[in-house]
Every structure is written in C-alpha cells, then in structure tokens.
Write a protein that binds this ligand. Structure first.
Ligand SMILES: Nc1ncnc2c1ncn2[C@@H]1O[C@H](COP(=O)(O)OP(=O)(O)OP(=O)(O)O)[C@@H](O)[C@H]1O
Ligand SMILES: [Mg+2]
Length: 325
C-alpha cells in the first residue's frame, strides 16, 4: 500500500461483514506466521488487533510464540503470571486465561513466559487447542506464532480462517517465505495423499532442488501425473488462500514485490495466494516498542494506522468483495 488513506478510500464503501459472535459460528481465527524471524509478526498481529477493536469488534490475541512470548510488550502491558502454560498443564481453560487490556474490546492470552524448559507442541496438543481457540468469546481470535514452518505452526495455519504470512522485502526473508509456502503446501497435501504418494512427492522435490536450486518446483504438472494425491484438494488451497503482507516497505518496488511473489506462486506452485499489501517501514514502530506503547495507540492518525485500517477492511469485507485471488 503506497498511500494509506488512498487505499482506505478505495474500499470505503465496502459493507462490513457482520461480526461472527462466539454464540453462533465461533470466533474467526486469524493466524500470523512467517518464514523468517524478526519480520514483524508481533507488531502486525498487535496492530491488526488494535485496529479491529477500534472498528468495534471484540478481539482476543493469543501469544503462541514458543520461542519467547513478547506480545504483552507490543501491547504495552506487563507480563502476566497466568499464562498459556497453565492451559497446557491442565490448570486452566484457555477462556480462563483471557486477560482484559486497557484497550476497549481487546483482551489477550499471555504466552509462555515462565517456563525455562524447551517448549514444543505435540500433534495432539495442537488438535486439542484448535477448538479451544475457536470457542474463545470474541469476534476475532488473533494468534501470533514464532518464526518458521514448524508442524504446529502449519497445523494452526491450515485451520485458520485467515492465514496471514509476513515477509520483509529483503532477499533473506523472501527466500524463507517461499520455503514456508512450500512446507505449508506439502503439509496440507500430506493429509490428502497416500503415505507412498507423499514420500514420492517429497523425494521428487528433493531431487529437483538438488538439480536446479534456483527454480521452484511445478506442483501442478507433477501432481496431475501422480496417483495417490488428491489434486482437487490441492486446488482448494486457493479458495482459503495464504494472504501475504510485506512489512517494512521502504519504496514503491518493495510495495510491488508482493505482486511478483504472488505470480511466482501461481506459476510454479499452482497456488493462488492473495497479496494483502505493504506496511511501511516507520521509525515510530521501534520507538514505540521502546516506550512500551503500541504505535497505533500513541499515533492513531498516521499513514501506518491507515494501512492497517485498509488491511482489516479488506479482510473483514464480505467474501465476494474481497481482492480476487
Ligand atoms: N513496519 C516497521 N517499521 C519499523 N520497525 C518495525 C516494523 N515492523 C517491525 N519493526 C521492528 O522490528 C522488530 C521486530 O518486530 P517483531 O517483534 O514484531 O517481529 P517478529 O516477526 O514478531 O519477531 P520474532 O520472529 O522474534 O517473533 C521490532 O523491534 C519492531 O519494532
Ligand atoms: Mg514475534
């Protein structure tokens, strides 16, 4: 998004989707992930949450960064003793861990903050956690993950109503963003193929990468020829697409990067992704973090705030009015 409120105006007339309340369909689950660490997941998650709450929706942010919870800092809050460890130890339900914040309509669940042992989720723990997340009493539940394509990240990404993938415009981040997308596709296909077909696909991918390191693999032509893989399912990954957000944009070409990445995914992976847009690099972000104050609260009328409003409006607009994938 080059200019905040311009974009905002484009979709100003888009009628909002009526919020789903916990009482009918359950909360809408938005999961924020990235291939590389430090690209702004926590900043983006907290900013989307603040923006949704300003739009009058109830929001619960859940910090699921296993490598070190810091959502509280991004929201300008002290860490809470009651945290998600208590859920995994069976002491509390997830709902009992929801803590109100001074920001109207916004609550959060503190991540692991006082467990000095390595933390990881088992497959069963993730499967049990998913319905608990959806049952939280809110219109929207936003999950902030740690970096990388861990199995638990991919599982949460798979079930999310919105799968938001953050990349920086730097090559190191772009490269890891493609790796995340590839892992996500393979992970999703695993459940929709026979074990033999899946192993064959992985070994074929590996051989291919050894031969031509530079070129992405064409899933489309490969899968169509293979038996044992549900190709229709592969196509359905496009209907609930990964939504790419470029964070830390410093130029017009950075803003346009998302379009090229979308084309690469289409061309090589046969995967339709949605490009949500770009969020500017802004010194106010890290300055606010240092002051323990969310930038959108400290400076609510900036172009940055406009970019988050535009992003939220795009995401909560009715299906038929969303950006075409
Ligand atoms: N758009 C931006 N402009 C300027 N600084 C930013 C921007 N986005 C994030 N930052 C800064 O980059 C740093 C990393 O951001 P953040 O913690 O949100 O990344 P992360 O992806 O959550 O990292 P991790 O993988 O460690 O969880 C923070 O200090 C933040 O202030
Ligand atoms: Mg983070």
């Amino acid at each position: 998004m080059d200019s905040d409120f311009d974009n905002n105006n484009v979709i100003e007339n888009v009628p909002f989707k009526k919020s789903n309340s916990a009482s009918d369909e359950g909360a809408q689950l938005w999961v924020v992930a990235s291939g590389k660490g430090g690209v702004g997941k926590t900043f983006v998650t907290s900013s989307l949450a603040i923006t949704l709450s300003k739009l009058g929706h109830s929001v619960v942010v859940v910090d699921l960064d296993l490598s070190g919870a810091n959502m509280h800092t991004a929201l300008g809050l002290p860490p809470s003793h009651m945290n998600i460890r208590h859920y995994f130890e069976g002491v509390k339900t997830l709902q009992e861990l929801v803590i109100p914040t001074p920001i109207p309509h916004l609550s959060y669940v503190q991540g692991f903050w006082d467990s000095w042992t390595p933390t990881d989720f088992s497959y069963d723990q993730v499967q049990n956690l998913i319905p608990e997340l959806k049952k939280l009493r809110a219109d929207y539940v936003l999950v902030d993950l740690g970096a990388g394509a861990l199995e638990c990240h991919l599982e949460l990404f798979k079930v999310a109503n919105e799968k938001i993938l953050i990349s920086n415009p730097e090559p190191t981040s772009i490269e890891k963003t493609y790796r995340f997308i590839e892992s996500y596709v393979c992970h999703s296909l695993k459940a929709n193929s026979t074990p033999d077909a899946y192993s064959l696909m992985i070994s074929t991918l590996r051989d291919h990468r050894q031969r031509t390191l530079a070129k992405p693999f064409s899933f489309r032509s490969y899968l169509k020829e293979q038996t044992g893989v549900n190709y229709d399912f592969f196509e359905s990954l496009t209907t609930n697409p990964v939504r790419l957000l470029i964070n830390g944009s410093r130029s017009q070409s950075n803003c346009e990067l998302g379009h090229s990445m979308k084309s690469v995914c289409n061309k090589y992976y046969d995967l339709g992704i949605d490009y949500l847009g770009a969020i500017d690099y802004d010194n106010a972000v890290w300055q606010s973090v240092r002051n323990r104050e969310a930038v959108l609260l400290a400076q609510p009328f900036t172009s940055l705030a406009g970019q988050f409003f535009a992003t939220c409006k795009q995401l909560i607009a009715p299906e038929e009015l969303r950006a075409v994938v």
